[in-house]
Design a protein around this ligand. Structure first.
Ligand SMILES: [Zn+2]
Length: 390
């Protein structure tokens, strides 16, 4: 495990105590206020030059004011816990046992967030902040609305960092990109008729039946592009009829489509048009409405392309060198996340992104979520070295 030394004092214990405090503060999406206040207070206490909260309730800390700017991006919210009594340690206990920080949000992603808050302080103590501006963004509502809160923060504070590190869990490997996502709603339209005279109507569910078969086939036949394959999942189905004695005149399915490099809005459009084919059907990208803890409405259109940073990019090389300094060896594997992150807001603005964070992403959203404490400390050491290298 790395050491986080500032003036002969090791800050590892303080960092882990902060990560524990954050796990103990429940912060479901839309209810992040107490966590946001705790993060802002910690940034103030650590001597950040500026701490601001935006209209959605995301926190932005800044240290330094040099010409080269780097942002660390984490989200404050977590998914809910439905089974608190089934957990080995209560989900909001923030227990440290067997080398792990246990609890909801430990992996996704309060361990990483805590590490990102301390990293600029470590870098500053080494004189590595000269000529640099470091932003630490702790955004709300990522779980439901990738990128929306981060976009709000960038726009509201008129920020355009030169580089960004997404601190989502990667098992402390360098993540060089992630898949894109589209959430699509398809509706078929029929004609209502009395249940005793179905021949007078058109059953929207029967119209949908063939579309469903095509969805399944499309998923099986998705092309391999850039060494990866997308996915297509039918995740919900519903229908409407005027009564249970009537022919349904509307049927709706929800599709979760994960996109790889080479797939985009145009290819998606062609794919869905082909799925609908000759059926009396319409489709659209979903619109998701939420409300931030500040009361501000959040609107999300789930359509993002995949992204990948080149191996020879300055940010990638900075991360490789930082990795070598912390772990004493070159990175052996690079991660490509299957899931989406707030990177979509940054890459959408042509801001180069890379990922790195403690913990196994497969434990996110699960019972007994836990994050190795040595990875939290090492991630902080890594972030501090990235600041030095950039
Ligand atoms: Zn996350």
């Amino acid at each position: 495990m790395a050491e986080l030394i500032i003036k002969d004092k090791d800050f590892s214990g303080e960092l882990l105590a902060f990560a524990q405090d954050l796990v103990r503060i429940q912060s479901y999406s839309g209810q992040e206020e107490p966590a946001a206040r705790a993060i802002a207070a910690k940034m103030e206490a650590l001597g950040y030059d500026e701490v601001r909260v935006d209209s959605c309730g995301s926190v932005l800390g800044r240290i330094g004011s040099g010409p080269v700017s780097l942002m660390f991006e984490s989200h404050t919210d977590t998914v809910v816990v439905n089974d608190p009594h089934e957990w080995a340690y209560p989900p909001f206990s923030g227990e440290i046992a067997d080398g792990f920080l246990w609890g909801r949000g430990s992996v996704d992603m309060k361990g990483a967030l805590a590490a990102s808050v301390y990293a600029p302080i470590i870098a500053q103590s080494r004189g590595a902040l000269d000529g640099k501006t470091i932003y630490v963004s702790c955004s709300v509502f990522e779980e439901d609305c990738d990128g929306v809160a981060t976009s709000n923060l960038l726009d509201e504070f008129n920020l355009r960092p030169d580089f960004a590190v997404i601190c989502e869990p990667s098992g402390n490997t360098v993540a060089i990109g992630h898949k894109g996502k589209a959430q699509v709603v398809i509706q078929t339209h029929g004609v209502s008729a009395h249940g005793s005279a179905p021949e007078k109507g058109v059953n929207a569910v029967y119209e949908m039946a063939e579309i469903i078969q095509r969805v399944e086939q499309t998923n099986l036949n998705l092309p391999v592009l850039d060494g990866r394959k997308g996915t297509l999942v039918l995740s919900r189905i519903s229908s409407k009829a005027v009564s249970l004695n009537a022919v349904p005149d509307e049927c709706e399915i929800y599709l979760d489509r994960r996109l790889v490099i080479g797939e985009n809005e145009t290819t998606l459009q062609a794919e869905v048009e082909k799925i609908i084919g000759n059926k009396n059907a319409t489709w659209e990208i979903d619109t998701i409405h939420r409300t931030a803890w500040t009361g501000k409405p959040i609107t999300y259109h789930p359509l993002h392309a995949a992204w990948k940073i080149p191996a020879d990019h300055h940010l990638t090389q900075s991360c490789v060198h930082a990795f070598e300094q912390v772990f004493g060896r070159a990175p052996q594997v690079f991660t490509f996340w299957d899931f989406g992150t707030n990177a979509v807001a940054l890459v959408g603005r042509d801001i180069p992104c890379i990922g790195f964070g403690p913990g196994d992403s497969k434990l996110a959203h699960m019972r007994d979520e836990k994050c190795p404490v040595d990875q939290i400390v090492d991630a902080c050491a890594f972030y501090a070295r990235v600041i030095e290298q950039i």
